[in-house]
Design a protein around this ligand. Structure first.
Ligand SMILES: [Zn+2]
Length: 170
């Protein structure tokens, strides 16, 4: 799903941070029609046409009411990348997500589990070189705090469809 529009909760903060609550433009337009959301900002120079109407595509929308969502730091691939700030934990280079993979520090074959404490971001070439040898990553992996993960978002604002999003996220 493309990340065209930032969805804010009724308090003006993202509904979810990790992953960031973004929706594609079609869903955003539908939500606007249900009148459950307020448009905070439209994209500049982006409108869509149907035979009868031209619509501005929203870039930031906010729910009319505050909804309570669980916003804890869930263990997931994208959150591990955020924790490690897209840096391979073996060669220390920064990569795009399509060049990254997850690595078990203590290999599964030796009893290593899939957890914050045993999984690190690893580039594809290091992953191949490493094989199943246990090597120490540059930083011992731990469960990240909310604030720590937020720093990962700061690193990648290029992923944001609209530069204005940063004002609502941080
Ligand atoms: Zn690497």
């Amino acid at each position: 799903m493309s990340k065209d529009c930032l969805l804010l909760n009724g308090n003006g903060k993202p509904v979810s941070y990790f992953p960031l609550s973004t929706i594609d433009w079609k869903t955003a337009v539908k939500l606007v029609y249900t009148r459950n959301v307020i448009i905070i900002k439209n994209h500049e120079d982006w409108s869509v046409r149907s035979p009868s109407v031209t619509l501005e595509v929203p870039s930031i929308i906010m729910l009319r009411r505050f909804h309570k969502f669980q916003n804890y730091v869930k263990f997931s691939r994208s959150n591990v990348y955020l924790r490690d700030m897209y840096r391979c934990q073996y060669c220390a280079d920064v990569f795009d997500t399509n060049q990254l993979t997850l690595d078990h520090v203590l290999p599964r074959s030796k009893g290593g589990d899939t957890s914050w404490e045993n999984i690190v971001t690893c580039c594809k070439s290091c992953n191949t070189l490493k094989g199943s040898k246990p090597i120490d990553p540059i930083k011992k992996p731990v469960k990240p705090s909310f604030a720590h993960l937020l720093n990962g978002h700061k690193l990648n604002p290029n992923d944001f469809a609209d530069k204005e999003w940063v004002k609502y996220i941080f």
